[in-house]
Each structure stands twice: as C-alpha cells, then as structure tokens.
Design a binder for this molecule. Structure first.
Ligand SMILES: Nc1nc2c(ncn2[C@@H]2O[C@H](COP(=O)(O)OP(=O)(O)OP(=O)(O)O)[C@@H](O)[C@H]2O)c(=O)[nH]1
Ligand SMILES: [Mg+2]
Length: 447
C-alpha cells in the first residue's frame, strides 16, 4: 500500500537550524538570515497536510463524501442552497472560523457551522480532532456550476487545494457541461485528480462498472482514477449498521475510492517533499556550518504519523541536490524568489524555451491580426491556454537549472490569475492578460 514519506529528519534539521540562528549571540549575516527565512517557509510546507478538495456540480454528493471521510456528519447535506467553501482541518480543540478573501477572519470555539453561515463568509474552516486530518485537509467546495458562485469556488480550488476529487452522480457520467467546468481549473490540480461517481446504489454493480469505464474513456480521461460509491451504504457499513456491515461497506465501492485517494495523496505529497528536500539542500544546508547546530533530538517527532489507512510512513532518501526542474506547488505564503544574478547566464535549455515561448506568442498575435480571435473573452481564454500549455512543457523540461523553480512558480501563479480573469467581464481583462503575458516574457528572457 502507498505510504506517506517520513519527513521527521528534515523537520528536525530545519527546527535545529532555526533555533541555532535564533540563539546566536550576535546579529546573523544577511545570508544566514535569508537561509533562516527559507527554513521557516520550508518547515511550514512540510507541516502542511495534503489538501484534498471535493468539488463538482450541486447536489452531486460532495458533502456526504466529505462526511464519510471525516467519519462524522459535520458538513451540511441536502441543503439545496449554495454554501461557502468548508475547510476541515486538524485541531485538538473544536473550533469554527469564518473567513473572507478580503477581511480578517473570526474564530469561535466549538462546531457552530449554522451560526457561521449567517455571517455569509467566503470560507468556513472547522477544526476537528480527527486523526485523518493530521495527514489530510478536506475542503468541501460548492457552487462550481452556479453562476455568481463559480468564481469563488475556482478561487478556493486554486488557492487551497493540492488534490481534487471530482464528484458527479453516476447517472450524469461526467457530462460535457461538467467537462467544461473541469477545463477551467488549473492543470496542476486536475493532474492530481480522481473522479468519484456517486449514487452508485441506483445502479447494479455491473452497470456501475460500465459507467465508470465509460467515464474513464471519455470526459474523465485526464483524471488519474475513476471509481464509484454508494455513500449512504458506505456510511451505514462503516458505522456498523444493518445485518452485515462489512459486506455493505465492501459493496458500496468505498474501499476502492479510499485506495485511489490514498494513492493520489501519497504521490502528490512525495513530489512536494522531494521538491522541499531539494530546496533544503540548496537554501539551508550550505549554511549549517555557519551556526552552532544544537544536537539532534533523540526521538524527533514525526510530522505525519497518523494515516488514512496506512499509518505507516516510508523513509525517504536524503535530500537530493541534483538540479532537476520539477513541478512546483504554489504555496501562497512563499514569495517567488527573484531571478538570481548567475541565473541570467543563458543555458541552451533556457534559450530553447524562450524561442518556443516567442513562437507561441507570435501565433497568438497572428490569431488576433487575422481576427480569428476577435473578442476579449476569446483572447483571455487563448492567453490562458498558452500559459497553461507552456507550464506543462516547463514542468517536463530537465535542461533548465534547479534555480529556475521560481520560473515554474511564476507561470503557475500567472496561470491561476488567468483562470480567474476568465470569470471577469469588460475589456480590462484583455489588458490584464496581455500584461501578464508580457511579464512572463520578461522573466523567460532571464534564463
Ligand atoms: N442514494 C444516494 N444518495 C446520496 C448519495 N450521495 C449523496 N446522496 C444524497 O444526495 C443529496 C445531496 O447530497 P450532498 O452531499 O448534500 O450533495 P452536495 O454535492 O454537497 O450538494 P451541494 O452542497 O448542495 O452542492 C443528499 O440528500 C444526500 O443524502 C449516494 O451515493 N446515494
Ligand atoms: Mg454540499
């Protein structure tokens, strides 16, 4: 079974370095201070669980699935009205925090979701003392198919999620309307995604298998896995109801859904941990000798110990310092480092990338001058596709040095912005999109 990487050594190293810098009797050098800053950001990233978002059309059974994963009926179900995004995270004390994208949040003790809804927040985060949440955060995103709420939902997904579970009722089989919504989402997210077809209890097992296979070949082909579930039966089986709860659990499809989810979460986490380890090797390790490091604690506390099913953690190799460009996961708190001096020395890989980008731009310009693109929203969409396609190439490229993680991060940020721009109206969007493209061109010219 897939196992989450053990990061206890990395956490211990970062904590000891941060403490060593804090304990210095004199002001640290600027370089050491920067390294300490990096260490703090990297530590935060190591301590952040994999963030799993459940999204899909209204009434698809998202909140029911979230509750099943939580093992508690915390997310309101069968509401029929659009709720804000609900984020379930680990906390020893039960608490509810209402948040807005543009205002400070407010925290209350206990689970008071009904009262929180009255405040009309953009986001409600719920602290739950559940072991699964030490490993995973669960995000219930609603309203993706509701005009007026779609932008908020996409914003939540781009800002908060690492992995996506797309829910569709099995009778809808992820139709074209849904495929159009999925296309709007950042590719870095859809790449780490699975489809769960709900209401499988309305079909026979053979019909459910056939529906899942059809989705896998059709609109769900970009997702890593497609599985199905009968959520009420899974819930009843899990909570020991009925004559044969074990059989009910087994037949509900839940074991496959959990196995798929675990695999995707582990894959995503491993990629993120490898990236963090490369950053530690580059940004922190060179400065270890500049400070008196405290001794290693005898029993470092592992960050990820309590698992979904697989509590076991897998030791990962020591940080690998080789320069390899890998997909980055943007974290809102991490500033994108500016290109460093030596990065401007063009590498052949960098020069090829720049040429490719310029060729794509010329193509876009051509489409505008031939009026193949003749309105603002088509321009924004074409520009977003250009950025997103190029981002895919950038992630696969191994010829640019590791220092250019910032470039991937910049394209990811630009891509997220472009996705949101598609929900805006007015001619200002064209200007904004063109500005983003120009900035990316400038950044690419550094490599
Ligand atoms: N029979 C059956 N009913 C389900 C299943 N999953 C969810 N439901 C029911 O479908 C209704 C909608 O489920 P929710 O979990 O609230 O769906 P949602 O996607 O969160 O809905 P919104 O938040 O309103 O978009 C509820 O009455 C659930 O009990 C399922 O697998 N089978
Ligand atoms: Mg819901």
């Amino acid at each position: 079974m897939a196992k989450l990487p053990d990061v206890s050594n990395d956490v211990s190293l970062l904590k000891r370095f941060i403490r060593a810098v804090e304990d210095l009797p004199t002001q640290p050098s600027a370089m050491v201070e920067v390294a300490q800053n990096h260490a703090e950001i990297l530590l935060r990233r190591l301590e952040t669980p994999v963030r799993i978002a459940v999204a899909g059309p209204s009434g698809a059974g998202k909140s029911s699935l979230v509750n099943l994963l939580l093992g508690a009926p915390l997310a309101p179900t069968g509401e029929g009205r659009v709720l804000p995004t609900l984020l379930f995270e680990h906390s020893e004390n039960e608490k509810t925090t209402v948040g807005w994208w543009d205002r400070p949040s407010k925290e209350t003790a206990g689970h008071v979701i009904k009262a929180a809804l009255k405040e009309q927040p953009d986001l409600i985060s719920i602290g739950v003392d559940s072991p699964i949440l030490k490993t995973l955060q669960l995000i219930d995103v609603s309203g993706l198919d509701r005009p007026g709420h779609d932008k908020d939902a996409v914003l939540a997904l781009t800002q908060l999620a690492d992995v996506l579970i797309w829910c569709s009722t099995i009778s809808d089989k992820l139709g074209d309307d849904q495929a159009a919504l999925v296309k709007m989402l950042p590719k870095r997210l859809t790449k780490n995604s699975l489809v769960v077809l709900t209401h499988a209890d309305e079909l026979s097992r053979e019909q459910a298998e056939a529906a899942a296979a059809e989705v896998e070949r059709g609109n769900g082909k970009d997702f890593l896995y497609v599985s199905y579930i009968a959520t009420p039966q899974a819930w009843a089986g899990f909570h020991g109801e009925g004559n044969d709860p074990a059989a009910m659990w087994e037949q509900s499809g839940a074991p496959d859904v959990l196995a798929d989810l675990l695999e995707v979460a582990v894959k995503t986490r491993k990629k993120e941990v490898e990236k963090i380890q490369r950053s530690i090797a580059r940004q922190v390790v060179p400065f270890l000798n500049d400070v008196p490091m405290p001794p290693e604690e005898t029993a470092p506390e592992p960050v990820i110990t309590e698992p979904v099913e697989a509590a076991a953690v897998e030791p990962t190799p020591e940080p690998v310092p080789e320069p390899v460009a890998v997909p980055a996961q943007p974290t809102p708190e991490e500033p994108v480092a500016a290109p460093v001096e030596e990065a401007s020395a063009a590498t052949s890989g960098g020069a090829v990338l720049f040429e490719e980008w310029v060729a794509k731009l010329a193509d876009l310009q051509n489409q505008v001058s031939t009026e193949e693109i003749d309105n603002d929203s088509d321009f924004v969409q074409a520009a977003q596709e250009l950025v997103s396609d190029f981002l895919d190439e950038l992630m696969d490229v191994e010829t640019i040095p590791d220092d250019h993680d910032w470039l991937v991060a910049e394209f990811e940020k630009a891509n997220d912005l472009m996705i949101l721009l598609q929900f805006e109206s007015g001619d200002r969007t064209t200007v904004d999109a063109a500005y983003i493209v120009a900035q990316l061109t400038d950044s690419l010219s550094y490599i």
